[in-house]
Design a protein around this ligand. Structure first.
Ligand code: GDP
Length: 178
């Protein structure tokens, strides 16, 4: 049976950049697109053909210009996926470090909580803050996560600075272990 790790985050949070960086490093194969109304769910296979491990790129949320009807459609897709997908092993939640834990991020955690599956937060664009500010934000997010999603972990991540790649890969690889 297939195993999946999903990536979710607000639009413009840096989700595509994070997935691209991680997939380029590990030479993931792009597998399929599921056509939606305005956005796609993309599946990336880890490893060689026949490998049953996938990274799943969920549609970005929170983009103000999306019409209400489409927003509700994707809300349904996301909540159903997060709550019922049996092959899902964990959720990587992407947040711009300058705007962490928005209401919609909290909504994702709320839906996912009942699965008992692990969550790892990437605080992207950490290069936008100085080291001290970035660490303070990381600690604040960890503290909040301990309350709203016990066991969830978080880290700093920067695509241009190549910060946090190994750490993210380690967490994801562990979730795929049998
Ligand atoms: P998505 O909508 O969540 O998929 O976000 P994108 O990956 O398309 O990134 C949105 C914008 O943020 C783009 O202009 C990226 O170049 C920029 N970006 C993404 N990650 C980083 C990062 O780690 N550091 C900086 N400085 N910019 C980033």
């Amino acid at each position: 049976m297939g195993m999946e790790v999903a990536f979710a985050g607000r639009s413009n949070s840096g989700k595509s950049s994070a997935i691209n960086t991680l997939t380029n490093r590990t030479r993931l194969a792009f597998v399929s697109k599921t056509p939606g109304r305005t956005q796609l769910i993309n599946f990336f296979r880890l490893g060689e053909e026949g490998d049953q491990r996938y990274l799943v790129d969920l549609p970005g949320y929170g983009y103000a210009a999306v019409p209400e009807k489409i927003r509700l459609h994707w809300r349904g897709v996301l909540s159903t996926y997060l709550q019922t997908r049996s092959s899902l092993r964990g959720l990587v939640l992407i947040m711009d470090i300058r705007r962490p834990l928005t209401d919609l991020d909290r909504q994702m955690l709320e839906w996912f909580k009942y699965t008992g599956n692990p969550v790892h937060v990437l605080l992207t664009k950490s290069d936008k803050l100085n080291r001290q500010q970035a660490m303070a934000t990381l600690r604040a997010v960890e503290k909040e996560l301990a309350v709203i999603y016990p066991g969830a972990t978080a880290q700093l991540f920067s695509t241009p600075k190549h910060q946090g790649m190994e750490e993210a890969e380690r967490v994801i690889a562990k979730w795929f272990e049998p």
